[in-house]
Design a binder for this molecule. Structure first.
Ligand code: ZN
Length: 66
């Protein structure tokens, strides 16, 4: 298993992972339309990290198993 930096997107390898608060208004708009928005409350999603390249959404807590 290769574990890259926490700030690297596990999906596309981009280093542009952002916290919710770092997203621009346009990016938040896009993030709100991700499939994950159906599974998590807006409050929970503010703790997630987002890849602005492929829109992978990283859910930090490991208790949740997909
Ligand atoms: Zn990505």
């Amino acid at each position: 298993m290769v574990h890259v930096s926490e700030k690297t997107c596990p999906s596309c390898g981009s280093i542009k992972m952002k916290d919710w608060t770092e997203l621009t208004d346009d990016e938040k708009f896009l993030a709100q339309r991700l499939p994950m928005s159906a599974e998590y409350t807006p409050k929970e999603r503010k703790k997630h990290r987002y890849c602005t390249r492929c829109w992978y959404e990283e859910t930090t807590p490991r208790s949740h198993k997909a």
